[in-house]
Design a protein around this ligand. Sequence first.
Ligand SMILES: [Mg+2]
Length: 315
Amino acid sequence: MEGALATELGIRRPETEDRQNDQPENLDSAGFRSPVERVAKLTGGTTEQGSKLEMPAPFEYIGFDADDTLWHNLTLFNRTEERFTRLLSRYHTREWISQRLMATEAHNLEVFGYGVKGFTLSMIETAIELTEGRVQGHEIQQIIEFSKEMLSEPVELLEHAEEAVTRLSRSHRLMLVTKGDLFDQETKLARSGLADFFDAVEIVTEKDADTYQRILQKHRIDPQRFLMVGNSLKSDVFPVLALGGQAVHVPYHSTWEHETVSQPPPNGSDYVELKHLGKLRRWLRNSGQSGFRAKIGMRRSDPLVSAVPNNGLPN
Ligand SMILES: [Mg+2]
């Protein structure tokens, strides 16, 4: 399809996935015959031959969610919850402890935000409430140890994540958009080995439409030229669709209770669902999205880490 589309547009492109080392002699690094064709392509205009270009505008940035999109996260919380319920099993049934922990977490998200530290405080609070204050000091100590282990666990990448990010970083500008504790997410990104492949990193307290709008404004990105990829309909897909952006949903094998949605996509808009990240590059190619970076001959800059607070105030 890519070849046929390129031919239809009068743009010759190498058919290999990695074009860098396989350029026909008269094409530039992005596969254009001339700077005029390159600019015309970017602006949706015409080439010097006068043929109308109809390829979709390139995505300026591809955003990636991190937890349960690039690396496993929910499984780590589930394992800790299991240890927590086992620890307190002499006080209550494990099902009841789980239910109470979930309720405490839901209440505390507004207070502590997302992440391991807030989860730890919720475990301690639940332990105190469930035992009516009888929980022992050594049991609290054990909960804190659970938390420390969570923060130092090796980051376990999802299958296809490393390949998708490293290869797409050659052709597209990539942005990591993740919510949670700043320190926790920064260290996870460092431990993941993927940090160098992102042009920008945004660690936020909530991923709603307002947050995405601030991020897009900050980076001067037209929403229509932003693609977000993630496992959560609530945090990665729907808010971006609401702004007029595009989104790819890559479901994780389970969904966190606080990330479930029951409503349809906003504005009747549509999104793409892929089974895993290994299918993302092919989908982009088949959509005519061969890469913004290549089109403007852009070089990748150093990653920029910043946090966008929900109150909209500058850091
Ligand atoms: Mg996620």
